[in-house]
Design a protein around this ligand. Structure first.
Ligand code: COS
Length: 368
């Protein structure tokens, strides 16, 4: 697919962000990077006055991913954490947080996962017990991007016990509130991840996002928007890996010729290109479905886009490393970095297995 101008513009911008990304501490929030993304006006697009354009979100993510995955992830986590505030927050909550999120003055997180609730998100146990005009949150959130350093988080907690997905509420929570402790987790993935423990943390009723007991919907609708964009991130990384592999195969000599002459190499690269091209159609068609307001087929399209593109990216990076051989595994090479970065995309925002469940369920429902 031909690049939309916003993809190539963002790719150029991403190149200028590389030094800022490299100046950060791996595994920790890079606030300079968040501010630089804001200064470039990217959060104005993510938190648009007239709502969100899923296509623009995908374009930004694809462009940045080609050259600067750290900047891409900083953009994405701010978007994922801030979107429920943008789309479901009260006027007061939006006034408190949106200008700061857009200016990159604060960093956001999306706190759904718990030690006992990953794929089965409705099993979450963090309690939200009524107290005066608000609630007190108690429990643990784990494997949260930007934790524990984020300033504000969309936190999902249980307001009705034993009610499964029907007893969950979403809150916008200031993460310097009393009763919150947290720590970073050392993961293979280079972006910041951590955990928070909440011990009776007070949050006012005005900070509920959407309606009480209807927070699961807030989570699912946010994921329906973001899953295609995870696909766009994956496509950008797949394209980066493919470029490196093609350049190498063109020039690398072995057995008296360039290795691009060997079908064992060239056919693998052809297959990667084919999968990327198919992935672009799935990703942008899911984004178009969101922008067009067709909620019926969105959940399945979104799952298909994420599943295909992230699996493709994993394959693209693996093939590229195989083509480069030992060079591709040099610890500070772009491919080694992509290798660490790409793995998590098949897990977060719903594993590949969950995406297949969603597609199958929607297929039997008849929405696709
Ligand atoms: N949009 C709006 N509402 C949705 C929805 C969607 N995409 N998906 C589900 N819902 C609603 C359902 O309509 C249902 O509402 P009612 O009870 O009022 O009928 C409710 O949410 C529960 O839906 P469902 O029964 O399908 O929930 P399940 O427990 O079966 O879970 C999956 C559904 C597996 C899809 C969900 O748990 C999931 O996405 N898991 C992965 C979690 C994830 O991505 N974690 C990553 C965290 S962010 S890094």
């Amino acid at each position: 697919m031909e690049d939309h101008p916003l993809v190539s513009e963002t790719e150029r911008l991403g190149q200028t962000l590389v030094p800022i990304a490299e100046s950060g501490r791996p595994g920790h929030l890079n606030r300079d990077l968040v501010r630089a993304l804001a200064a470039a006006g990217l959060f104005e697009l993510v938190f648009g006055e007239d709502g969100v354009s899923a296509r623009d979100l995908c374009r930004l993510r694809q462009g940045l991913a080609r050259v600067c995955p750290e900047a891409e992830t900083a953009l994405a986590v701010q978007g994922l954490g801030g979107t429920p505030i943008h789309l479901f927050g009260s006027e007061g909550v939006k006034r408190d947080w949106l200008p700061k999120l857009k200016a990159g003055e604060v960093a956001a997180a999306f706190a759904l996962t718990e030690p006992g609730a990953g794929s089965d998100a409705a099993a979450l146990e963090m309690k939200a017990e009524p107290d005066g005009t608000g609630f007190r949150l108690t429990g643990e959130k784990r494997y949260i991007s930007n934790a524990p350093e984020a300033d504000v988080a969309t936190v999902f907690a249980r307001t009705t016990p034993d009610a499964g997905s029907r007893g969950v509420t979403a809150f916008a929570l200031a993460m310097d509130s009393e009763g919150i402790t947290g720590e970073s987790l050392e993961m293979v993935s280079p972006h910041p991840l951590g955990r928070w423990v909440m011990d009776g943390v007070y949050v006012d009723r005005d900070h509920v996002l959407g309606e009480i007991d209807h927070g699961f919907r807030v989570a699912m609708q946010t994921l329906d928007l973001f899953r295609p964009s995870v696909g766009a991130f994956a496509l950008g990384m797949a394209e980066a890996a493919l470029r490196i592999a093609v350049d190498h195969a063109r020039s690398r000599q072995a057995f008296g010729t360039t290795i691009s002459e060997f079908q064992g190499v060239s056919h693998q690269l052809a297959d990667v290109k084919l999968a990327i091209e198919a992935g672009s159609h799935l990703v942008y068609s899911a984004a178009e479905t969101y922008d067009g307001g067709d909620r019926e087929s969105l959940t399945a399209r979104s799952a298909m886009a994420k599943l295909w593109a992230t699996e493709t990216a994993q394959r693209a990076v693996d093939v590229a490393i195989q083509v480069l051989g030992a060079r591709g595994l040099e610890a500070d090479s772009t491919l080694a970095h992509l290798y660490r970065e790409v793995r998590a995309t098949r897990i977060y925002e719903g594993t590949s297995e969950i995406q297949r469940n969603i597609i199958a369920r929607e297929l039997f429902k008849g929405t696709i």
